[in-house]
Design a protein around this ligand. Structure first.
Ligand code: NAD
Ligand code: UD1
Length: 350
């Protein structure tokens, strides 16, 4: 049985992916510092994967710690070896992800996202684990191209995006340093939203996220009076920003398929956009959210947000052709699942 190390496995995207992987029969080891997640997520992952007692199973082992700490990484890999539970692949979700914050704390972003990732890769090399799935972002593209494919020019507009692109470059260097060794995929996510349909997992909106979906949910829950729409004078059909929203469970399935692809194919480094290829404007998103959930999301038109782009939609053809994957859940489903999670957990995992 393959054992996968998941860094950041209790975060938004990591937790959903853990459920998919556990239910597909993989053994998992989670490393998380819980700096942006709750230990309660673990109970819900266990419930969804039918794990009765987390202390009595090889299916899911959890380490609390920071992936910048080599000691804990060594402990994880050596423990796994001792138990004959060798780690065959690392999925690296953990990191800092707030775009705005990255402008004010660039050193933290470079330290965690870049130095930390180098740390993991060094330990992987030591233990001869050479399969790596990395969480990259559409933030690497900047605003040069509305419909980028993986070969489009990447010109990030903030330190967060720079750190993601830098890790991608490091991963390419690593692959080419020894082309018969590493299997690496980096997945550039577009705009992940939605939640597990059980309402047991979702995005914990208690942090200071500045993305649109947390705010739509807060307004619908009555925690905020109205949503600020950042500009209605963009060169888009209704003047508001257009994005490619993707259900987090489709992303999770994408990770599963990307890993299967890596494990079944020869060493390579591959970059894939994970998006639906469908664009939705802010006003359309509000309308579909209201219709799907029979609720109201009052909004005000505000000025454009600095650093925003008019439109960003994935060209997802490469992911679809390489992986046995296609995003199945539409925007209505994203809105419904997210609302279900929010209604059941108005204070997140608290
Ligand atoms: P998240 O913050 O919900 O999850 C990240 C997890 O990593 C958290 O559980 C956090 O506690 C953990 N973590 C952070 N720093 C750590 C450290 N030093 N050591 C150990 N654990 C640490 O984020 P997410 O939305 O699930 O995103 C996962 C990945 O996907 C991130 O790398 C992010 O940059 C990338 N990404 C996210 C989005 C998005 O919109 N959510 C879009 C594109 C890319
Ligand atoms: C943001 C990040 C991007 C990251 C992506 C996915 C910025 C500048 N970019 O992109 O790097 O990859 O999240 O995590 O933060 N909007 C409003 N009102 C709001 C919030 C947003 O109208 O209160 C609009 C925005 O102008 C945009 C759309 O909603 O048109 C989506 O915004 P957001 O959710 O922040 O995502 P991105 O801007 O795509």
């Amino acid at each position: 049985m393959n054992t996968i190390l998941i860094t950041g496995g209790t975060g938004f995207i990591g937790s959903h992916t853990c459920v998919v992987l556990l239910n597909a029969g993989f053994n998992l080891i989670i490393l998380d510092s819980f700096i942006n997640s709750s230990e309660k997520v673990l109970d819900n992952i266990c419930e969804l994967a039918n794990i009765k007692d987390i202390n009595q199973t090889q299916r899911l082992i959890v380490y609390k710690g920071d992936f910048r700490n080599k000691k804990i990484l060594n402990l994880i890999f050596s423990d796994a070896e001792l138990k004959n539970n060798n780690i065959s692949c690392v999925m690296h979700f953990a990191g800092l992800k707030a775009v705005g914050e990255s402008n004010f704390k660039p050193l933290s972003y470079w330290d965690v996202n870049v130095s930390g990732t180098i740390n993991i890769l060094k330990v992987m090399e030591q233990y001869k684990c050479n399969n790596f799935v990395f969480s990259s972002s559409a933030a690497v593209y900047g605003g040069l191209n509305n419909n980028p494919n993986e070969d489009s020019i990447a010109r990030p507009e903030n330190p967060y995006g720079e750190t993601k692109l830098t890790v991608e470059k490091i991963l390419r260097n690593l692959y080419f340093s020894s082309p018969n060794k590493w299997r690496i995929v980096f997945l550039r996510y577009f705009n992940p939203i939605g939640a597990h349909e059980s309402g047991l997992l979702g995005e914990d909106f208690n942090n200071d996220a500045t993305n649109i979906f947390p705010d739509i949910c807060k307004v619908a829950l009555g925690k905020k009076k109205f949503l600020k729409v950042f500009g209605n004078d963009w060169p888009t059909p209704d003047g508001t920003g257009v994005r490619d929203y993707i259900h987090v469970m489709d992303l999770a399935d994408g990770h599963f398929q990307a890993m299967q692809y890596l494990l079944r194919n020869k060493p390579q480094v591959v970059c894939l956009n994970l998006g639906t290829g469908v664009g939705t404007s802010v006003l359309e998103l509000i309308r579909i959210f209201e219709e799907s959930n029979s609720c109201k999301v009052p909004y005000l038109i505000s000025h454009r947000r600095i650093g925003d782009v008019a439109c960003l939609i994935a060209d997802n053809k490469l992911a679809i052709s390489k992986l046995n994957w296609f995003p199945k859940r539409d925007l209505k489903k994203m809105c419904q699942d997210s609302w279900n999670w929010n209604k059941k957990n108005p204070n997140g995992y608290e």
